[in-house]
Design a binder for this molecule. Structure first.
Ligand SMILES: NC(=O)c1ccc[n+]([C@@H]2O[C@H](COP(=O)([O-])OP(=O)(O)OC[C@H]3O[C@@H](n4cnc5c(N)ncnc54)[C@H](O)[C@@H]3O)[C@@H](O)[C@H]2O)c1
Ligand SMILES: [Zn+2]
Length: 399
């Protein structure tokens, strides 16, 4: 809505001290695109997201995950060629910025300051674009810098991992780690746009390739029983990186996450329930206890396995469904073994951290059935220990 279109309203006299509560909403547009070769044949898809500012071409700065640049070899060159070819649509500002890949970028707060310095020195403003190409960690950290510079630059994400394409890329959260706690400092800031490009996944290691599918299993268990069936059926082909199977599943997972965020009524997580965090209370703790030797997607596989078994012990999820989820995760290639550092006391401390992060009552999502989530405010520790033990025995039998 144009601010000039706002109807004048009768204002109370200025000296009124009557309390006023006004509900208001802000329209956001979330732009999600799918491509197979975004920096080559389909570069128009990216160029079209970069709207000019009045009669001036858009100003755009590229931020790239160092590990992705190394793995691809010619990425910087491609971005330069792309910028030159599209010079009438946008102006590239400064050099392509390389940042450390993986959790390292989120664990060192000084990197955040360096990123802000670059954005300041480049005179980026609220109509400038930060185009970030990288894994979920780089998207989170660069996204956070972009969200706080001038209270928000326009962020275009090009996720390069299956996890970021299936889940975090379309999310509205960004953060870095502080006080040895995951995502302690961050903001909610919807991206300007997201492009899920298949070619960007080609250089991903096998280990990282499967990581996105634990989030796909998670969202499928919450919302899409047919997708659970498909994941269980196709797990071996996904593990072999059959893209005919993997890409549509990544896309479906991204759509479910996007739908939840845009239509679920609580994009900024003000309410108690956070269903997309199914399996995450232990996952976040396992990640940090392992000092990030375990990837987010691997920890989520373990966390989903544990909460799925717990759901079958306590909330009525059929045991056969719980077992098939463990088999599915195993066939996707996940080890469901608990890392040595994660003893149970340390793990249960994660529950309290999870609650503190949200504030209010502890609220966890569990399953009454596949596609039938339930919010719970209490965890039966003895049953949870049983669930953890069950997963450990499964892992030992399936090495
Ligand atoms: N904001 C959210 O809503 C949200 C949701 C889920 C996860 N996350 C965060 O995402 C992070 C995990 O992200 P991730 O799983 O994408 O892993 P990652 O970003 O840690 O990447 C793993 C490794 O792969 C490298 N890499 C990435 N893409 C590559 C490619 N195409 N070729 C070669 N190497 C590549 C990275 O540089 C890194 O070394 C965690 O910090 C997690 O907390 C955020
Ligand atoms: Zn996650």
């Amino acid at each position: 809505m144009n601010p000039n279109d706002i109807e004048p309203i009768d204002m109370e006299p200025l000296d009124s001290t009557r309390p006023v509560d006004i509900t208001f909403s802000v329209p956001y547009v979330h732009r999600l695109r799918f491509t197979a070769d975004v920096l080559g044949q389909e570069q128009d898809v990216l160029a079209e997201l970069l709207e000019p500012s009045g009669d001036r071409p858009a100003r755009v700065q590229f931020w790239v995950d160092q590990d992705v640049a190394t793995a691809r070899g010619n990425l910087i060159e491609q971005l330069r060629t792309f910028s030159d070819a599209q010079a009438d649509r946008f102006t590239r500002v400064g050099n392509v910025q390389l940042v450390p890949g993986g959790e390292e970028i989120k664990n060192d707060i000084h990197i955040l300051e360096r990123m802000l310095k670059v954005m300041n020195a480049s005179n980026l403003d609220r109509r400038s674009y930060v185009v970030v190409i990288g894994g979920g960690a780089v998207l989170d950290a660069v996204g956070f810098a972009a969200a706080i510079a001038h209270r928000g630059l326009r962020l275009v994400r090009l996720p390069t991992t299956t996890l970021a394409q299936a889940d975090s890329g379309v999310g509205v959260k960004n953060a870095v780690n502080l006080f040895r706690k995951k995502n302690w400092i961050g903001t909610f800031a919807p991206p300007w746009g997201v492009i899920n490009d298949a070619s960007l996944l080609s250089t991903l290691s096998d280990r990282d390739f499967i990581c996105g599918f634990s989030e796909a299993v998670k969202v499928a268990l919450l919302k899409d029983p047919a997708l659970v069936d498909e994941l269980c059926r196709e797990a071996p082909r996904i593990r072999r990186r059959d893209m005919n199977v993997a890409l549509p599943i990544i896309a479906r997972s991204a759509h479910w996450h996007l739908r939840h965020i845009t239509l679920g009524g609580d994009p900024f997580e003000a309410l108690e329930a956070r269903p997309l965090d199914f399996g995450h209370w232990s996952a976040h703790k396992v990640e940090s206890l392992s000092q990030f030797a375990i990837r987010h997607g691997e920890a989520v596989a373990l966390g989903v396995a544990i909460d799925t078994i717990y759901s079958s012990l306590v909330h009525g999820l059929p045991a056969a469904d719980a077992q098939r989820v463990l088999i599915c995760l195993n066939e996707l290639g996940f080890s469901l073994a608990m890392p040595a550092q994660a003893d149970q006391n340390a793990l249960f401390a994660g529950l309290e951290e999870f609650r503190q992060h949200l504030g209010g009552r502890l609220t966890l999502t569990m399953l009454r059935g596949v596609g039938d989530p339930i919010d719970v405010h209490h965890l039966d520790r003895r049953r949870m220990q049983e669930a953890i033990q069950h997963v450990a025995e499964f892992a030992a039998a399936h090495v």
